[in-house]
Design a protein around this ligand. Sequence first.
Ligand code: DGY
Length: 431
Amino acid sequence: MTSLSVDETIARAVEVLRENDQGAYTIPTKGLYPFQWNWDSCLTALGLAHYDEARAWTEIETLFAHQWPDGMVPHIVFHVWSDGYFPGPEVWRTGRPTATSGITQPAVAGFAVRRLFDRASDKTLAAERAGALLPKIDAWHRWFYENRDPKSEGLVAIIHPWESGRDNSIDWDDAFERVPTEGVEPYIRRDILHADPAHRPTREQYDRYLWLLQHFRGLGWDNARLHDASPFQVVDPGFNAILIRASADLADLAEALGEAEIANANRARAKKGLAAMERLWSDAHGQYLCLDRITGKLVGSASVGGILPAFAAIPESRAAAIGATVQRLAGKARHVVPSHDPDDPRFDAKRYWRGPIWLVVNYMIADGLMAAGESHRRERIRRILRSIQRRTLWGRPVHLDSRHGAGVPAKRLAGVCNGEHYTPKSPSHTI
Ligand code: DGY
């Protein structure tokens, strides 16, 4: 593979973003993902900001324009009709004015908005746009703790694997056994028309995704009931760490904008969440693990979800242990951090979140390790990220086979082109 210069890489990143830009929102990729996805969009905004700050704010505002009255921000907004994706709005049937899905996704918005604000060259515009988003993001954070942490433990559960963004992670396998498949309405998958079925979740997993969707739909998408009624309730450390980091970032931003109440509420959420994260730590694995809220047990599955907490202000000793785990993984895989430990017999180098490397989570891990002072590991991750991003933009792969580094051709994903590693304007911010 010919290697690209930094300028060429930036040009290609911009090309991919423009290709997926729908005017007021960005689709993750043509074909496979033809609508607006929640966390993809927030991360994409960071890339857009490098050449159009106003457009970057619009990206997040469009998403929040479809926030539910209870505060939830849905994982998909179906702005336009397209028969290229399943399950579409006719399956979700959430009854929203513009159709949306009925579940949520990792809460990266608070982090993204703070970063947009910090890097903005137009500070007046940034204060105005961030100020209007603040109460909406705060309402979403409140929604999480009210609806997904019923015992007020400081950690929220996901009730559908799609909420994690790591759709078919090995983390969900055991809890997924409890999800029945009887009564699932007949369906035709569209994803495998766009991507190699060997890289996608299995049919059995799809049956379970669909069973949960139908179950929640049968409960009228009433968020006050869904958590307790779900046979799948998993506390994902990565998901919680993103929410904790976003809460801390929102608190800082609110302080800067003179919104003391929002600042205090988010500071308190972050503090409680960080303390509660200790329950998920595993010395044996050198990382955090998922907690199955129904069995009350930690899930013995070493995925990137347990390394991602480096993104939040976890204790120094935990960050150092995670740094050592990343180093250990680097000895086994050509690139780090793979979505799952290659030593696990269930590791599957090409199947979506069961082995391949994903740029966006590595970006967050590196950002966190940098803040924790794990600088030599951060340097290694930074170099690896550059090489991955160049490969990613060269062809069409979005994730990489972690053992050999071969691209898994899937899509030109806008979220990976967030340009964070190549900003010519502010090299000190690059990771
Ligand atoms: C999919 O359909 O593949 C998505 O990840 C669900 O959001």
